[in-house]
Design a protein around this ligand. Structure first.
Ligand code: NDP
Ligand code: 8X3
Length: 257
């Protein structure tokens, strides 16, 4: 009997990652879900396993903790070997200050999560894909990895890095059957802005006010579609924007009321 493909999703407790977990679960994939908020993660795992005939494993870990990731990988070797799709989704923005007024702790969190965390987990999973000559890495980039905006120097820098890593990885894997894709969304209404503004709900709400942003589900559909193309088709990149957003700083606001 053929084993069911396993999909590993980082940042599964919220937003795009959560929507991906639900979308892949509904299609019968086994899941390995990663994030830091243990209770949310376990609850989600239970829910999805109850709703669908799938196996869900949850790993509570901070992707910045390289040592801990290595230990987990060592303890869960069979799951790493089984991983058919890795969705590198976990990430965040912190602050929107100009560089000369920026908070260095914010920078470190963005760089350590969005770039280094993505690299650490990819380094652990990818050798197994190369050995099997099968697999798919799907990175969640951003419009911010293609276009910059004021106050976004570091966040945009991390997403430009994701774009560069995606392209170079495809070259490293040239000649293997391992696919590499990036899905780059514009505004998606998730916890992203709440995190960016350190829990300031009023500022977060303003980002999505009187406009129609994407939903996590819109992005998850693109990710699922990308993963389910025939093996000889690699969707290299998708740029997916709200109709109301022509560019990072051009967001159409409808009149309220
Ligand atoms: P959310 O804040 O809703 O979700 C982020 C997820 O990442 C959470 O599940 C969070 O879980 C996890 N995460 C954050 N830091 C870590 C860490 N150190 N270790 C493990 N998990 C972590 O935001 P989105 O869903 O919007 O963001 C998902 C991705 O999409 C990010 O890479 C973001 O840059 C990108 N993106 C978002 C856009 C948007 O407008 N929302 C647009 C374009 C791209 P927990 O806190 O439990 O660890
Ligand atoms: C998130 C999109 O424009 O808020 O990557 O930076 S944006």
């Amino acid at each position: 009997m053929q084993e069911r493909p396993l999909v590993m999703i980082t940042g599964a407790t919220s937003g795009i990652g959560l929507a991906c977990a639900k979308a892949f679960a509904a299609k019968g994939y086994d899941l390995l879900l990663i994030a830091r908020r243990e209770q949310r993660l376990q609850q989600l795992g239970k829910e999805l396993q109850g709703q669908h005939s799938i196996e869900v494993t949850t790993l509570t870990v901070d992707l910045r903790q390289r040592q801990r990731l290595q230990e987990l990988a060592h303890n869960h070797q069979p799951l790493l070997t089984k991983t058919a799709v890795l969705i590198n989704n976990a990430g965040l923005a912190r602050g929107l200050a100009p560089l000369h007024g920026g908070d260095v702790d914010d920078w470190e969190e963005m760089v350590d999560t969005n770039i280094k965390g993505l690299l650490y987990i990819t380094r652990l999973v990818l050798p197994h894909m190369v050995e099997k000559n099968a697999g798919h890495i799907i990175n969640i980039g951003s419009i911010a990895g293609r276009r910059v905006y004021p106050g976004g120097a570091v966040y945009c820098g991390t997403k430009f890095a994701v774009s560069g890593i995606t392209e170079a990885l495809r070259m490293d894997l040239h000649g293997t059957a391992v696919r590499v894709s990036t899905i780059d969304p514009g505004l998606v209404e998730t916890e992203f802005s709440l995190v960016r503004f350190h829990g300031d709900t009023a500022s977060a709400k303003k980002v999505y006010q009187n406009t129609r942003p994407l939903r996590g589900e819109d992005v998850a559909e693109a990710v699922l579609w990308t993963a389910e193309r025939p093996k000889h088709v690699n969707v290299q990149e998708i740029l997916i924007m709200p109709t109301d957003q022509a560019a990072p700083t051009m967001v159409h606001r409808h009149r309220s009321g």
